[in-house]
Structures are given as C-alpha cells and as structure tokens.
Design a protein around this ligand. Structure first.
Ligand SMILES: *Cc1c(COP(=O)(O)O)cnc(C)c1O
Length: 480
C-alpha cells in the first residue's frame, strides 16, 4: 500500500490493517491450543533474528505481521492457552481486548479529572461496582470516606498502601524529613515478594520487615504476629503495617483476616489485604468466607488481570480512608493547577498512585463486566474451582502423587511420592513437551508442583489431559 506523503498510516490503511489484525487475533484464539505452551527457543534466538539496525525507510504492515509469525510467536509462552496451568492465570477475553484497543485508540491520559472527566468517573464508578460485586466492606466506596483506583499491579497497590501507612504512623513526618529507621512492617513467610520490595522502596529497610510464622495450612499465625509486635514495641520501634495475604502465591493460603484485623485495630497498625488472585472468587457468595474480617482492613487489592478475564494490567486497589492515601502521594506543581482540582469536587487519580500519567484502563474492565454480567463471571470462577477440586481428588486417590496443601480454590499443590528430583523431572519433561505448562514452588523446603486452573478457556478436557500426561510422566520416572 502506498504511503501518503506525511508518512502517517492513513485512516483507510488503518481500517484495513486493523480488520486484518482483529482477524489474526481471532485466528490465534482458535488455534492457541495447538502451540507448544512453553517457547522452545534458547536464549538469544529472538534477538539473533532481528535486524541490527532500525529501518531507515518505513515498512509495510504486512512485513511486520510476517515477522510476528516467524520471530515473535515461537518465542512466546502462551499464557492464553487452555493448557496453561503455571504461576497464576493472566487471563484476558474478547471484551477486554476490545476495551484495550479502544483505550489505545482514544489515547487519553487521565492523570487529572480535568484531563478527561470520563476516564476518572468511569473508573470510580466501576470500582464502586466491584465493592458490591465482591461484597467488600462499604467503607471502600467512593461514596463513603474510601474509594478505589486502578493500579498497574498488586505490587504498586502494596507500595501505595505502605506509603499511606507510613505517613499515618508518623503524622506525615516521613513525607517531610524521611524515615527515622524505627518503622516496622509485618507479613507472613508466605507473603508475596512485592511486600519486601515495597518495604525497601518505601525506605523502611528490609530488616524492618518481620516475616511471621505460619500454621500447617501456610496461613499467618496471629499469635506469632501479636508476640512480634509486642517485642518490637518493647524495643522502642513503631509497628506501622501488616500485609495479610488472601490466597498466597505459593499455595493459596488464607491468612485469618479477622484475628489479624483485631490485633491491628488494637495496635493501631494499618492492615492491607493482598488478594491478588483469590479476590476474584468473592464474586461467588460461597467463597466469601476468605474475606471474613475484611472490615478491619485499611486497604485491599485484587487483580482483575489475573482471574477476572481482564488483560494485564489492571489491579483494583481500595482504601477505607482516601485522605490517608492522598496525603502520602499528592503533589501539585503550578502546571497542573486547575479549577476542578482547586474546587475539591473531583478525584485526581495522579494522587492515588506513584506515577503521574495513567491510561484509560477502566474501559476494558467495564466492557468485561458488561459483557459477562456478574452471573457469567461467577459461572467461570465456579467452573475453575470445580475443576481444581476434581483434580485434587485425583491426586488424593493416586499412588504416584500426594497433595500437600489445602485447596481452598483453584490451585493444587502436590509432589511425586519419590521426592524432589522426581517432581522436578516430571515438570521439566511436561513443559518441554509443550503439551501443558506447570510451575513449582517450595513448601517446607520440598519441591512442589503447582497446578492452577484459571485460564479463560480451560475446560474439563484440558485438566483431564494434564492429569493423564502427569501420570504418563510419573510412570516413566518410576521405571527410569
Ligand atoms: C501475583 C501476586 C502478586 C503480584 O501481582 P502483580 O500484580 O504482578 O504485582 C502479589 N500478591 C499475590 C498474593 C499474588 O498472587
């Protein structure tokens, strides 16, 4: 196609390539199951196939798509394959992809209410919806003293909650003068690595993070938390923050929010609940027990970009006292001053996050919720949980594998009875085969296989196939 003199892609060319690309994506989803889930490429292979220098003159779109097929596709881990059971789901869906495309098309930068009122107001509104959809405490709503905001990741939500906790504990002094080295944060030994990262970034210092012991289900022991807080107080330190995990990354362990929350309330310590993956399950009333005690939490986050069919990035972060968050993060240079901000009648989300700029992520979330309806979302979450529970039953009944953690939702942790080497070899062989993809963790020092059911299009036959392949490999390990 001839390029106009401006070098731009003309609206007509955009229309044509856009239609082709949407077709391409639809084809990808029709065939994604046929690709080896894990990329077989060795390190450096993708770069070796890319030209050393950028093109001096513009290229055709068709040439780019050819390279996508030849160079990029073979170098992907197919997270959207229904045979993907690794890490955690990072799922997406048709309405989400279209919302993302529309967001890119509109190209809005929503740092202030004034820079696109709809960008801010839709986000506030959809996050209030989520409070109802997950039956979260009403205090997290924007119509109360709290409110929700979309962060890029749970890691950012955790960091923001810690910064707010830090300021509350020091009456804003750390914002003015920096820390005095006395603030202490707490999480369980099973908490996500993002807590440690946040503690380092927020200037508490890694040594000021106390990793609290867990019980037999890998959940935080509230008595151990209380003892540690007491000990730190006795040493003149200032406990300021507890991160409770609702569904740990390793094993989906559920910290007891109610008991932890009572301690935080009595000790005047900020409680953040990290429900990055598991939170989505609260769409279903039967799984809401994991949130018992959430009314004690000062903040909460979960990732629609994990298990709620909304493509990365989209973390929903809620605070009970939005003033605490804004006090920690707001900044107002002259060039951003405007009447709406000055009036105090609007939300400026740049004060609710670390970066200034932000894109229109609420669109894809809004599309997903409207397309599926709460009912459709519940249907899929229930289906995933049922499949994982069924798989857990197969593990329990087998002689080759043993399950080693409770399965509250959609993640099964298990080991081969012959121990670490056998488990590791089974995982490596399966992943190399491309038939499915699994990852591992360590629980009690032992190499543990994890099978997480949550990919948008995973059906019963995929879980059955995974189990059949696991048994095949176990038989080979046993004879080998
Ligand atoms: C996945 C996960 C995270 C990190 O999520 P990001 O959004 O990638 O930062 C944090 N906490 C838990 C419990 C998780 O499962």
């Amino acid at each position: 196609m001839s390029k106009p003199d401006s070098f731009h892609m003309s609206p007509d060319a955009f229309r044509e390539h856009g239609h082709d690309l949407v077709d391409w994506i639809a084809d990808y989803y029709e065939h994604v199951e046929d690709f080896p889930v894990q990329s077989p490429l060795p390190p450096g292979d993708v770069r070796d196939r890319l030209p050393e220098a950028p093109p001096e003159t513009g290229e055709d779109f068709a040439a780019m798509m050819e390279d996508v097929e030849d160079i990029i596709l073979p170098g992907l881990l197919h997270w959207q394959s229904p045979n993907f059971f690794g890490y955690f789901p990072a799922n997406t869906s048709g309405p989400s992809i279209l919302g993302e495309l529309l967001s890119a098309g509109l190209g809005v930068q929503g740092m202030l209410w004034a820079t696109s009122p709809a960008c801010t107001e839709l986000e506030t509104h959809v996050l209030d919806w989520l409070v109802d959809m997950l039956a979260l405490p009403d205090g997290f709503k924007s119509t109360e003293d709290g409110g929700g905001v979309i962060q890029d990741t749970a890691s950012s939500a955790t960091l923001c909650s810690l910064l707010a906790a830090r300021e509350r504990a020091t009456d804003g002094a750390t914002n003015e003068q920096g820390g005095d080295g006395r603030l202490v944060a707490y999480a369980s030994t099973q908490a996500h690595s993002s807590i440690e990262k946040a503690v380092k970034i927020a200037g508490l210092g890694r040594e000021q993070l106390r990793l609290i012991d867990v019980d037999a289900t890998y959940a935080m022991r509230p008595d151990a938390l209380a003892t540690q807080i007491e000990q730190d107080r006795a040493e003149g330190l200032t406990p300021c923050y507890v991160c409770a995990t609702v569904g740990s990354t390793s094993s989906n362990a559920m910290d007891p929010l109610d008991a932890i929350g009572r301690i935080c309330r009595d000790e005047d310590v900020w409680l953040h609940a990290d429900a990055a993956m598991a939170g989505t399950a609260a769409l279903c009333p039967e799984f809401r027990g994991m949130h018992d005690g959430l009314e004690h939490a000062d903040s909460y986050c979960f990732n629609p970009h994990k298990w709620m069919f909304t493509n990365f990035d989209c973390d929903a972060f809620f605070v009970k006292d939005r003033a605490a968050l804004i006090n920690a993060l707001s900044i107002l240079p002259e060039y951003l001053r405007n009447e709406a901000t000055a009036s105090g009648a609007v939300i400026d989300y740049r004060d609710w996050q670390v970066p200034l700029g932000r894109r229109f992520r609420a669109l894809k979330l809004w599309f997903v919720i409207r397309h599926y309806g709460v009912d459709g979302l519940r249907h899929h979450v229930r289906r995933h949980v049922e499949l994982a529970q069924e798989f857990a039953g197969w593990v329990d009944a087998s002689d080759a594998f043993e399950r080693i953690a409770p399965v509250p939702l959609n993640l099964v942790c298990f080991q081969h009875v012959d121990g670490d080497d056998a488990s590791r070899s089974i995982m490596e062989r399966l992943n190399a085969s491309g038939d499915l993809f699994l990852t591992h963790t360590k629980l009690d020092g032992r190499f543990t296989l994890r099978l997480c059911v949550g990919q948008t299009y995973t059906e019963r036959r995929h879980v059955e196939h995974a189990w059949a392949r696991l048994q095949e490999e176990a038989a080979i390990v046993a004879t080998g």
